[in-house]
Design a protein around this ligand. Structure first.
Ligand code: GMT
Length: 378
């Protein structure tokens, strides 16, 4: 198949899923064309079946807000026509689904019927999409898509709850490449971070308010009162300055390292004992799946789709949003040397259920079903 993938090129979860999907499809022999405004962060890999098309927005003094959606739709029209794509798969509804709708209408006038698949990732529904500034366009463009997927059952339900959706939404969860995300021997690194064999807690995110990084720090501060431990924070974002301040107030800076944005997250996860995800919203929790694949149990909230991944009492624990004391208690239980090996093994076992080789065929099947269902234009 010739597949167009439209996504955000950043480190965010939806961009990572889209890029890893494209890479996996290319390895299976499909021709995959990425259409984004810059090279996707994880498109770090050469394959004869992978192509990248940059969306360029000409500047003009009148444009206080550059019309990205128009430039994107025009690029989609161009690539679909000249690369003879069979399907366009857009990740994150805003603005990709509406740009795809526009491209589809333009292509129709040229006798081409391109099926559009929209994958909903989370905040495009639960946060931004619900806002009155976007809701009518999001509802319309989901309903106009030929196939719609959500990354968890919880996101599927929320989409039906908040939008007037007439389409079937198929749940296709996030997936993981277990070749890349596996626990590696990094003893020198571990020794450097925790020279006295302190327990290592890790959090990775984009440091937005929905991630509740303040809870990560508060949980850590209390865990540290009971067991010698260190905290590694991977990622960056708007909340970081406040979080640095909080560490100073709690006088724990000597045990906390802000590592910033990193490509090789698996190297940090390889030395971790526990992953913290106290999010207020999380449609799936790809970062937790990456941790679990590296044999790291997870202490999380029960927000959104997290409980579909992190099994309470088995791969870690789930708690209500903001229940810091409960999360501390659970963290101490998991970190107990008598319990940790079992939780680690369970985390890996669970991660294997989301192996890329199990999930990608579900997207391929959806592409085929959607292409076959397209009426021929007369
Ligand atoms: O987590 C973020 O804020 C980034 C966001 C994105 O779209 O880039 O992630 C969302 O999509 C991921 C991949 O499907 C999910 O694993 C994340 O749970 C989801 N984030 C939220 O719902 C907050």
């Amino acid at each position: 198949m010739r597949i167009g993938i439209v996504c955000y090129p950043t480190f965010g979860g939806s961009g990572v899923v889209a890029t890893e999907l494209g890479k996996a499809l290319a390895l299976k022999g499909h021709k995959v064309h990425f259409i984004t405004y810059s090279q996707p962060a994880r498109l770090d890999f050469f394959n004869e079946n992978l192509f990248y098309h940059e969306v360029y927005i000409p500047s003009y003094p009148l444009f206080q807000y550059p019309p990205y959606e128009l430039a994107l739709a025009s690029k989609m029209v161009d690539i679909v026509r000249f690369e003879k794509l069979d399907v366009l798969h857009v990740h994150y509804a805003i603005p990709h689904a509406s740009a795809a709708y526009m491209a589809k209408q333009i292509l129709r006038t040229k006798g081409i019927n391109i099926p559009i698949i929209t994958t909903l990732h989370g905040t495009d529904i639960t946060l931004v999409g619900k806002d009155a500034s976007f809701e009518p366009v999001v509802t319309f463009s989901i309903n106009q898509s030929d196939g719609v997927t959500a990354v968890s059952e919880s996101l599927r339900q929320e989409t039906y709850e908040y939008f007037q959706i007439e389409k079937d939404i198929e749940v296709i969860p996030n997936f993981i490449n277990l070749e890349k995300f596996k626990r590696q021997k990094k003893e020198h690194f571990r020794m450097a971070i925790s020279p006295n064999n302190e327990k290592l807690l890790v959090h990775t995110s984009n440091f937005r308010t929905v991630k509740r990084v303040q809870d990560v720090i508060r949980i850590f501060a209390k865990v540290r009162e009971h067991i010698p431990s260190k905290l590694l924070l991977v990622g960056d974002g708007p909340e970081r300055p406040k979080m640095e301040k909080l560490c100073r107030q709690l006088e724990i800076c000597q045990d906390v390292r802000f590592l910033g944005k990193m490509e090789a997250v698996e190297e940090v996860l390889s030395i971790a004992d526990l992953f913290l995800m106290p999010s207020e919203k999380e449609s799936f929790g790809l970062a937790a799946l990456e941790a679990m694949a590296c044999e790291v149990p997870v202490i999380s909230t029960n927000a959104g789709g997290i409980p579909e991944l992190n099994i309470d009492g088995v791969t870690g624990f789930v708690s209500p949003i903001g229940a810091v004391d409960e999360m501390v208690k659970n963290a101490l239980f998991v970190l107990d040397d008598a319990n940790l090996p079992v939780f680690k093994e369970n985390a890996l076992k669970r991660a294997r259920e989301f192996d890329v080789d199990k999930i990608v065929p579900r997207y391929e099947a959806l592409y085929i079903k959607t292409i076959d269902a397209q009426p021929v234009l007369l």
